[in-house]
Unconditional design. Sequence first.
Lengths: 73, 316
Amino acid sequence: MPAPTRPPLQVTINQQAHQLPDGATLSDAIARVGIQPPFAAAVNLQFVPRARHDAHLLRDGDRIELIAPITGG
Amino acid sequence: MHAPEPRPHTPDAPPDPLRDATPVAPDAPGGTDGPVGVDRNAAAAGARGPDAGDDDALVLYGQRFASRLLLGTSRYPSPSVLQAAVHRARPAMLTASLRRQTGAAAAEASQGFWQLLQQSKVPVLPNTAGCHSLQEVLTTAEMAREVFCTDWIKLELIGDDYTLQPDTLKLPDAADRLLRAGFKVLPYCTEDLVLCQRLVDVGCQAVMPWAAPIGTGQGPVNPYAMRTLRERLDVPMIVDAGLGLPSHACQVLEWGYDAVLLNTAVALAQDPVAMAGAFADAVAAGRAAHRAGAMQAQTTAQASTPVLGTPFWHQS
């Protein structure tokens, strides 16, 4: 008997709702929005270093922030 | 550490807290999450190692800077004007921030700004603008360190949205946490003496009191407190926010402040490039005046020209 299919993940990327397949990583979320480097990522207000994007498994309800350089004072 | 002795003001020995700056040990201050990559600022133009031997360099966390003007990068009429203003001012550091990209135009602007920073060869000072909580500050700082490849961070922790006044009660803890994580923290703060002392107590090797609320251009609104602060603390102090005129910058440098951080006063001038130059000149003049040692102001007139030998003396 095949294992039941897990429902997709409902996440937000920069406050926009997105649906990703179960098992998706932070890298998958980054690919979804196509942001160009340089940028940095946080999930649920926790910084995730670039080296861990591929391994960081997302969970349902995660809030992902991707931010890039901008002018500032 | 407290500084009970007022700073001396004599022409023979101009006070210079910079000479007491101690280079930071490579592994200090012992955070578990070390810096990511090479600090691009260490290799950038205008910033040299602690042994560079300048007579009057600005020294922050053991790093020397040729300029005492730090420049913000926001609100300029165009990127080209910003670039020209940077070229004219030759600042010690350029501030920058991180934001979400919303749309293609924002993404293009971000890429353009990034290229401008790379081409400028000026060390970058990322900020934590807009943060209202300790966690926001810590996360933003880590993200900035990764993006800008630098341990420098301008700590902004806002306590009041209307005045953009820093959260003075949370700042020392935030600075402490960032220092432990290996950041070189430049905290944007008020001119409150005890707050600045607490920031120094947790390990800040410089503080950045405001002169007036951000973007107001009012100049120092509390000269007594600012002069008292300068007298009492012996770390480099950068006046950050509220300056509107080159004379404001010159004034605080005359008081003994070590540098200024400007943005709006340059960016919103009718000719930002010319104003960038005016501020750079004013900062240099104020610093030179401070080192020269000003005369004591007098309450009564004292003739400059010798009285002896005055013709017609008591003849009329």
